[in-house]
Write a protein of this length. Structure first.
Length: 248
C-alpha cells in the first residue's frame, strides 16, 4: 500500500504516518517542516495550498511509485479566534486556503493516479467544527464544512472509478496546536486555559480529549480493504461531542 499524507511532519499527520507504516504501508509525507520525519518515509517540503508545488509533488509520486493507494488530505491551520466582525479578510483567506483549497488540490492531483489504476481511498481531515459550527472560529468552521461538501462530491464523482472518499472529524486533540487554541479562546472569553480545557472535556460524553493516534487508527481503517464499501461518510473521532461551545 502506498500512502501520501499532507501535513505529516507532526501532529495528526505524523501519527497517521506511524500507523500506516506499522500496517506495512509505504509512507510519503509533505509538510513545511520535515526535519522530524523518519528516514524510512519519503518526505517533501510542500505548501499544501500552493498549486504548482502540489502538482510537482504528484508528478514525483507517480514517477517513483507508479500510483497511489491512499491519500490523507490532512493539512490545516487553526486560523484566528475572534468574533466574526473582528476577523480580517486576509486571515479568513489564509485559513480557508490551507484547510479547504489544500484538500481540493490534493484530491485534484491524486485523482488521475487513482483513476488509472481503478482504485484508491481518499481520507480528508475535517473537524467537529465542520459538523456543528463553532463560535469565534468562523474561517476554520467554514473551511471544515467545505471539506465535507468536497468529500461528498468526490465520493459520488469518483465511486464509479473504484475510488472511495471519507472525512474524519477529530474533536479536541491533545498537542501543541490545541494548546494554542485553548490559550486564544481563554483570552477571548476571559477564562483561564484550564477552564477552557475542562469545558472541552465536559463537552463530550466520554469526558476526554482525543489523541492523534485515535484519528490515525481511523485513517488506517478507512484506507484498508476492511472499509471497501465505506464511502461518502463523515466519521467523528471525538469522544462524542455534545456541546460545541465549551464552557465550565
Amino acid at each position: 500500500m502506498k500512502v501520501l499524507i499532507t501535513a505529516g511532519g507532526s501532529g495528526i499527520g505524523y501519527a497517521m504516518g506511524q500507523a500506516f507504516s506499522e500496517a506495512g504501508a509505504q509512507v510519503w509525507v509533505t509538510d513545511l517542516d520535515i526535519s522530524s520525519v523518519p528516514a524510512s518515509w519519503r518526505a517533501s517540503k510542500v505548501d499544501a495550498s500552493d498549486e504548482a508545488g502540489m502538482a510537482s509533488l504528484f508528478t514525483e509520486v507517480d514517477s517513483e511509485w507508479g500510483g497511489l493507494d491512499v491519500l490523507c488530505a490532512n493539512a490545516g491551520i487553526a486560523g484566528p479566534t475572534a468574533a466574526v466582525e473582528d476577523v480580517a479578510l486576509a486571515d479568513w483567506k489564509t485559513c480557508v486556503s490551507v484547510n479547504l483549497e489544500g484538500a481540493f488540490l490534493a484530491a485534484k492531483y491524486a485523482t488521475p493516479l487513482m483513476k488509472r489504476q481503478g482504485s484508491g481511498a481518499m481520507v480528508l481531515t475535517s473537524s467537529t467544527a465542520g459538523i456543528y459550527g463553532y463560535p469565534n472560529r468562523a474561517p476554520y468552521s467554514a473551511a471544515k464544512w467545505g471539506i465535507i461538501g468536497l468529500m461528498k462530491t468526490l465520493a459520488m464523482e469518483l465511486g464509479p472509478h473504484g475510488i472511495r472518499a471519507n472525512a474524519i472529524c477529530p474533536g479536541a486533540v491533545e498537542g501543541p496546536r490545541m494548546e494554542g487554541v485553548l490559550e486564544r479562546e481563554a483570552g477571548a472569553k476571559g477564562m483561564t486555559r484550564d477552564q477552557v480545557y475542562e469545558g472541552y472535556a465536559k463537552g463530550t460524553s466520554m469526558r476526554s480529549f482525543v489523541e492523534a493516534r485515535d484519528v490515525a487508527n481511523m485513517a488506517v481503517f478507512l484506507g484498508s480493504d476492511g472499509a471497501r464499501l465505506v464511502s461518502g461518510q463523515v466519521i467523528a473521532v471525538d469522544g462524542h461531542t455534545e456541546n460545541p461551545d465549551p464552557k465550565v
